[in-house]
Design a protein around this ligand. Sequence first.
Ligand code: SF4
Length: 386
Amino acid sequence: MGRIIDALTGDQDKCEIPGHGSDAALPQGHGLAFTAEVERATAAAYERVKDVVPAVEWPLLAPYVHAINQLKAERNAVVLAHNYMTPDVFGCVGDIRGDSLQLAREATRTSADVIVQAGVYFMAETAKILNPRKTVLIPDLRAGCSLAASITARDVRLMREAHPGVPVVTYVNSSAEVKAESDVCCTSSNAVQVTEWAAAEWGTDKVIVIPDEYLARNVATQTSIRIITWQGRCEVHERFTAADVANLKQSFPGALVLAHPECPPDVLAAADYAGSTAALADWVQKNAPAKVVLLTECSMSDNVAQGSPTTEFVRPCNLCPHMKRITLASIYEALRDLKHEVEVPESVALRARTAIERMLALPPSARPLDFVTGRPPVDVVAMHFT
Ligand code: SF4
């Protein structure tokens, strides 16, 4: 089975995750119980996650899994689960699972009446923009994002004024208002493709790529298009350093280091492989390395480990506190009480939808984007207004 090693302590299979492990909410608080029927009904779900969820925790989690699956059937609901969800959410109640691009694409195809976003608020807004007549729920209103919060619609308008005629490519990790000011959206899976498309479409050699400075700088190493960006960062990925890569390689000989493009460019340069969330998962599953380190959000290792039984995962544990607000208990309450419903004003949704749909209309690439590692940095203009 896939094993997890805490990179800081060396402990195996003992990394605790909020909403999981000792912090897990007790089902007794919701009047749910671990009965023989619940155990039977959730046996297949546990089989999927047994390598990353200790058996002693299952009686606490299974009643929620069972109740959520019953509520989904009653309400004709689906759960969109991002890769950064804890494995109990991702593997046991997620109906559509993947990175932002996969979730956005699938959100346009579902026939469900209710969509529960097991992810953060901007993802729920995207689901609502693409499904204006469906009920979209976010289980915890506090599930925000440091990157999305770094930029406002006014900032985008000021950038346009400073660079007239230059198209704006906006990472989906942004608010609906910011998407509405943009020409086209991108994800880490297609950022280079979208940037080159925008440059060709607008007949320019310059593109504004916002709000993630590091993603933009990493895109700049892969294309000849000149990039203007914003000083926004993901608080999870910005913490990784090139020194971490060197230390991990020294402490865990033979381990391959894989990095997400929201990490700083010198981290990607030092890594063995770099790619989007989907590309990292794909790469591990296809190459089945003996030992691997994923420089991205902590739960990715748990979720990729479910399909990689022969790979050992070393985990330098950087948690996204916003993603971890979504738990089985909060999903259960959201479905039970149909809360918290996400609304996007139509005047904003209309323009944001155009930007998202332009991205979705591009031909899907044969495989998720990977980044050529070891590339030297490229000069990029990074803006910020106070
Ligand atoms: S991992 Fe980073 S980009 Fe993703 S939700 Fe958390 S803070 Fe935002």
